[in-house]
Design a binder for this molecule. Structure first.
Ligand code: ZN
Length: 683
């Protein structure tokens, strides 16, 4: 591992933070914390922590001894001085010889000693940092160290490599007891350069930021050299036939892992797909069923990846039906095993723990790769990142000896840690959390407003439009998980590519808003056939094409879904010279009802929104001017020419689509969004 210390960068950090009133100790602490955080072989996603003992002024301006330690919610890669809150050091030493301190009391005690009461919670390893006497302390979950330590005889292996240069602490869960055990180990041999916590990670320390960082890199590099020398034990995968496409299996896996809710709805996950030579070496190995699910490589990971991944059978191309059956059965076995693990271990707590859902967060698929699962795109990416690091660590551990994780009881204690349990139920998920929506014509006024409304409710949104640049621009304006793809809804191959892209990006599809359309004008008695045919192509057939693609994905998931169609007032209330448009939209209204009839048994609902007089691509500013003029009205009077006397906006249409996405007992329905117009009312 390369040592990235640079005198120049260190000095630059000191100068930069000095200008912000931050002292040199803390500036250098930020500098090397970021060096550690930027190396995925040391820590990822908020893992690890660092500290410095220094002197700062308290509220009254008096100098005092403090420890600045990583605060929760901060990532070492991007940490700033504010992410290392200062605590009075002396009181922390007072509890060094206490017998017990509960996690809740420890958190409260740490907060009590903060200099700034609005600081984030200091790391749960704060006392461990405080009990060590050195000025700088660094902690990582280095892959190479875990590869040596995640072994049946990991302690012996580490001892042979490092001799008396490191202290070794048998596994104890993070918290007060681990802080004491680590301090004890250090005090027995204060000459050590670092401490390896069994099956957890590495601590190094020093008088300077550089010394502590240098020791981290040196100790990890030695471990890497040992692994490098060990023979590679690539066992060569079973000779696999051609695997089914990732886009074909993702919806099946996503559906198999969704959680059923009491009200008949589902809590769904997003999928993040990963593959690489190392991942394939791991998932294609013979014996994956036994070797692939041995447990997490460091306790932190369990919160985001659960104790074990779901392993599914090889998805043979051309035989998706049997894969689907096998995958669903593997997922149901996973839940059963997880429930048993919970029951068995919860008994140790007299049933006091609140059960988490039983769905996996990582799926290993031979011949394909791995998937991270999350209730949001970012959660899915974190799970996939951690799974990749796990694969790397286990492959390395199996070169050195044989990877062995913590036991089920230790894993459970971490997964059901009281501090984690206390966070449950605090953040209410948004209504469409975990759901994936695809919107056609998404660059237009109604499409973009609908994309925004769905993103606000937590959905992952795919904006499809024939104008990719516009769709991309609309996606970029929305905060949340969005994705843009080109899609010509009159071209089946373009639709297939767009839906494949959506599945690759998010893992499946739950809601289709079939919105793309355009008005075609001309008196019906003299209408050129081509106008009618073009209108039918765009305003009718395209709805059928996209609905077919969407329904196929939804049926693979077996978690229902919603097909939402943008028809028009024209579908039931003809306007002069709009025959070509109205005929196609009327057919689309019928189409929706046919889908409602035939797909209800799959839980797929089909509903329609009829909108009128919305300022959009179909009703442009110029058309509004002309029509208002023809009627001798102002533009406002024309747009507000309805029972409510209000202009109907694209956002109002978006709300109607949202209503239909959420109304899980409604299908075959038509919602009119026109401000009120008696002649357009359904009868
Ligand atoms: Zn740790």
């Amino acid at each position: 591992m390369k040592n990235l210390w640079s005198d120049q960068d260190a000095e630059a950090a000191v100068r930069k933070y000095d200008a912000e009133g931050v002292n040199e100790d803390l500036a250098l602490r930020v500098y090397t914390s970021r060096l550690i955080g930027a190396e995925p072989q040391l820590v990822i996603h908020g893992g690890g922590n660092t500290s410095v003992k220094t002197r700062v002024k308290d509220f009254l301006g008096a100098e005092c001894d403090v420890i600045c330690v990583k605060g929760s919610g901060w990532d070492l890669a991007t940490i700033e001085p504010a992410g290392l809150p200062a605590l009075q050091l002396a009181p922390l030493h007072e509890v060094r010889n206490w017998e017990k301190l509960s996690d809740e009391d420890m958190v409260a005690f740490q907060r009590l000693n903060l200099l700034n009461p609005s600081s984030p919670n200091p790391s749960v390893e704060t006392l461990l940092h405080a009990f060590l006497p050195q000025k700088f302390v660094d902690h990582s979950h280095a892959t190479a160290i875990l590869a040596l330590s995640d072994q049946k005889d990991g302690t012996r292996i580490c001892r042979e490599i490092y001799g008396e240069r490191v202290a070794l602490v048998p596994y104890v869960m993070p918290g007060f007891q681990l802080a004491k055990a680590t301090a004890d180990a250090f005090e027995q041999n204060p000459q050590v350069e670092g401490i390896i916590l069994e099956k957890h990670g590495l601590f190094t320390f020093g008088d300077t930021a550089r010394q502590s960082y240098d020791r981290m890199i040196a100790l990890v590099s030695e471990a890497e050299a040992v692994i490098e020398k060990a023979p590679s034990r690539a066992r060569g995968g079973a000779s696999l036939e051609r695997a089914a496409a990732t886009q074909a299996i993702a919806p099946i896996l996503r559906g198999a892992c969704a959680n059923t809710r009491g009200d008949g709805a589902f809590d769904r996950f997003l999928l993040e797909y990963r593959t690489s030579d190392a991942i394939r070496e791991f998932v294609d190995r013979s014996g994956l069923a036994g070797d692939g699910a041995r447990g997490v490589v460091t306790p932190d990971h369990i919160i985001r990846t659960k104790n074990k991944p779901l392993i599914v059978p090889f998805p043979k191309a051309g035989d998706l039906d049997s894969f689907k059956e096998a995958a669903r059965s593997a997922a149901s076995d996973y839940r059963r095993d997880y429930d048993a693990y919970f029951e068995e271990n919860n008994a140790r707590y007299d049933g006091a723990k609140q059960k988490l859902d039983s769905a996996p967060r990582v799926i290993l698929a031979p011949g394909v790769g791995l998937f991270g699962l999350g209730r949001s795109v970012s959660e899915a990416k974190v799970a996939a990142d951690l799974a990749e690091i796990t694969v790397d660590t286990v492959l390395k551990a199996d070169r050195v000896g044989r990877f062995e994780a913590l036991g089920a009881a230790e894993l459970f204690d971490m997964e059901y840690w009281s501090l984690e349990q206390a966070k449950l139920g605090k953040a209410k998920p948004k209504a469409l959390q975990g759901q994936i929506v695809a919107i056609t014509g998404a660059a237009g006024a109604i499409g973009a407003a609908t994309a925004r409304a769905f993103a606000d409710q937590g959905a992952a949104v795919a904006l499809l439009d024939i104008d990719f640049e516009m769709a991309k621009a609309a996606a970029d304006r929305i905060s949340g998980a969005t994705f843009a793809a080109p899609c010509d809804v009159t071209d089946e191959s373009s639709i297939a590519r767009a839906f494949n892209a959506v599945v690759s990006e998010f893992g499946g599809l739950d809601i289709l808003v079939s919105n793309a359309g355009a008005a075609f004008e001309g008196p019906i008695a003299d209408l050129d056939d081509n106008i009618l045919r073009n209108s039918m192509e765009l305003n009718f057939f395209s709805h059928q094409y996209v609905a077919q693609h969407a329904a196929r994905i939804m049926r693979d998931q077996e978690t229902g879904g919603a097909l939402l169609f943008n028809a028009s007032k024209q579908a039931i209330n003809p306007g002069a010279d709009f025959g070509a448009y109205g005929a196609a939209k009327a057919a689309t209204l019928f189409l929706a009802r046919q889908y409602a009839l035939e797909c209800g048994k799959y839980g797929i609902r089909a509903n329609v929104v009829n909108a009128d007089r919305i300022r959009s691509g179909i009703l442009s500013d110029d058309m509004i001017r002309r029509r208002a003029g023809a009627r001798g009205l102002t533009e406002d009077a024309y747009l507000g020419g309805n029972l409510l006397g209000l202009e109907v906006r694209a956002e109002d249409v978006a709300q109607a689509f949202l209503h239909h996405a959420l109304a899980i007992r409604t299908t075959g329905d038509v919602t009119t969004v026109d401000g009120g117009n008696v002649s357009a009312m359904l009868r």
